[in-house]
Design a protein around this ligand. Sequence first.
Ligand SMILES: [Zn+2]
Length: 379
Amino acid sequence: MSLASDIARRSAKRLRTSDDIDGSGSASSEANEHHTPQSADTPSRSFPRVQYGPGPLVGIKQHPEFWLDDGNLVLVANRHTAFRVYAGLLASQSEVFANMFAVASSNADEVYDGCPVVPVYDVPSDFAHFLRVLLPKESRTFYRTAKWDGLWTFDAAAAVLRLAHKYALPGLRDQALELIERHAFPGDGPVPPLLSSNSKPALAFEPVHAIAAANIARLVDRPAMRLAALYRCAALGPAVLRGWARDDGSVERLDPADLRVCMDAHAALVRERAALCATVFDDTPHGDCATRRQCQEALRRLEDAVVGMGFWSHGPGSGIVDEWGTYLWKRATDSGLCRGCYHMVETRDREERRKAWERLPEIFNVEVEGWKESLRGWL
Ligand SMILES: [Zn+2]
């Protein structure tokens, strides 16, 4: 019997509406009737078989967005959420999907409404983010105009990146990677997009997302991004231990080895910042300063203000990488610093931050090829 007629035969026996997906009423008994245990002579299969109870989708939730009534394949993510989709559309984009579906279809004994049921071991909300790109229903993109004001969430970008990597869609993976690297955790300089108010953000993210960014950078082997993300993880302080609560309620934690690195790096970073403050606000005025006493006083007051900001307060200048921000520079102007001393402080600040940033690979024990050269563009 051909696969098509086999599926048709089974589907006629099992035909039920999507409302039956919870397995209530007659669906369960019907499913019981037709559930055939694997016989001893069934050939072994490379794709893992999942038993969903008495019927193929009993106890499984139907995804509200990706349940296409005429779809020909049911994917069940993490054993609790089902997506009914078009197999050919996914298989044509990913060889991994193509191989998975070929193996599953030729061996499937779990069929729902004529569709082979295939398990995937991914977080359902991540899988939905992935499908929004592969099977777009609302966010079709042809040419991105200047008026486009879309804003990706970090959850979506991270999910697309991970799954594009897993299912071998390198082009899509690289797009998601660039989105995260450029707009959240740049590996070639400490651009603080969280603090930038001048440019329209393309990615909504929070400091805690550094945890996922570090894990992703490890997954796709991006040492520069990993370093930037680890620096931000260290900035989280004790909160890094709580992990990142994802939008599906699960918690993603930093890789244990990276957690240890962050703990070790913290003390070194505190020392770096103390040294940076002492050098930048050294009370020796500029050589051409005509108001030396006034400028000395101003420099001391500025150092007190910076030290009082606290390390890792997430405010401008609280770490060793982000610049002080307009607040401090306005304060420097108001404090009576002469023009020469003001520019001297600016120069010292840039120089000391560059040196501190250059030492980051050593502090975090992450080797990054061309790290110092990559900093020349911004310092
Ligand atoms: Zn001066």
